[in-house]
Design a protein around this ligand. Structure first.
Ligand SMILES: *Cc1c(COP(=O)(O)O)cnc(C)c1O
Length: 241
């Protein structure tokens, strides 16, 4: 899509970034044995409002934020975009977020699942979330350990107002994205196993993995949702390639 036709590029460079990222996603899909559709979530935590507007003109529909406060102000300014929460969610912020985001990517502990269930029931909502898995098992990363995923899902499948619709992971920062390939492979394997097994009340629809440093590798390994910030909104010299 040519963004100029849709109201004029403001010369922020976003249009060019988006077309580069789209092309790379397209090519990575061709290298993937799964040939999956891929949803691009534009992580706008460092983007200005004008940059978000430009991205919307270029056809970006899904935006991610990692801080609840900024998510809420932006949700108010751009209510027609689909907002995703990708960062850590504190229990006391749950009530502000549910009903406003299309997907919470960062369900990382049982206490939070119970809290979402309680608030969602009160507000008469069904909230969709991804279970965040700490595949790399770094102590600094949030998420459920891979070995604990199945038990978590068996329990969560019983909840009526929280629905788990997939898995998410955050890989460690590395120089060479090839180092992360085993992490993505491992999560994809777990995703497929759970899907095959069929846990009642749980759906394995989205596999959210891959950021600026590693989204092509993630897609090659089966990601169908990527969360990209810097490659879209980073300023020149910081966006890599
Ligand atoms: C910031 C962020 C991203 C995007 O990272 P980039 O390196 O800017 O592409 C993805 N996921 C989460 C959870 C983030 O906080």
């Amino acid at each position: 899509m040519d963004c100029d036709e849709l109201g004029g590029s403001q010369g922020l460079g976003i249009e060019e970034n988006i077309s580069k990222v789209r092309e790379r996603i397209f090519k990575a899909r061709l290298r993937s044995p799964y040939r999956q559709d891929v949803t691009l979530v534009a992580v706008s935590k460092t983007a200005s409002l004008r940059e978000i507007e430009e991205a919307m003109r270029c056809g970006i529909t899904d935006f991610g934020e990692n801080r609840v406060q900024q998510l809420l102000t932006r949700w108010q300014m751009f209510p027609h975009a689909r907002w995703h929460l990708v960062g850590r969610l504190q229990s006391n912020k749950v009530k502000d977020v549910i009903g406003r985001v299309v997907l919470i990517h960062s369900l990382d502990r049982w206490e939070l699942a119970e809290y979402i269930e309680k608030r969602a029931e009160k507000q008469g909502l069904v909230v969709e979330a991804l279970l965040q898995v700490n595949v790399s098992q770094e102590s600094t990363k949030a998420g459920v350990e891979p070995d604990a995923v199945r038990d978590f899902l068996l329990e969560a499948g019983r909840l009526r107002n929280l629905k788990i619709v997939g898995l998410m992971t955050m890989a460690p920062e590395v120089e060479d994205p090839e180092e992360i390939r085993p992490i993505f492979k491992k999560l994809k394997r777990l995703f497929d196993e759970i899907k095959r097994e069929g846990i009642p009340g749980v759906e394995m629809r989205f596999l959210s993995m891959g950021m600026t440093q590693d989204y092509e590798v993630a897609i090659e390994e089966g990601a169908n949702m990527v969360r990209i910030g810097r490659a879209l909104f980073g300023h020149s010299g910081r966006q890599g390639g």
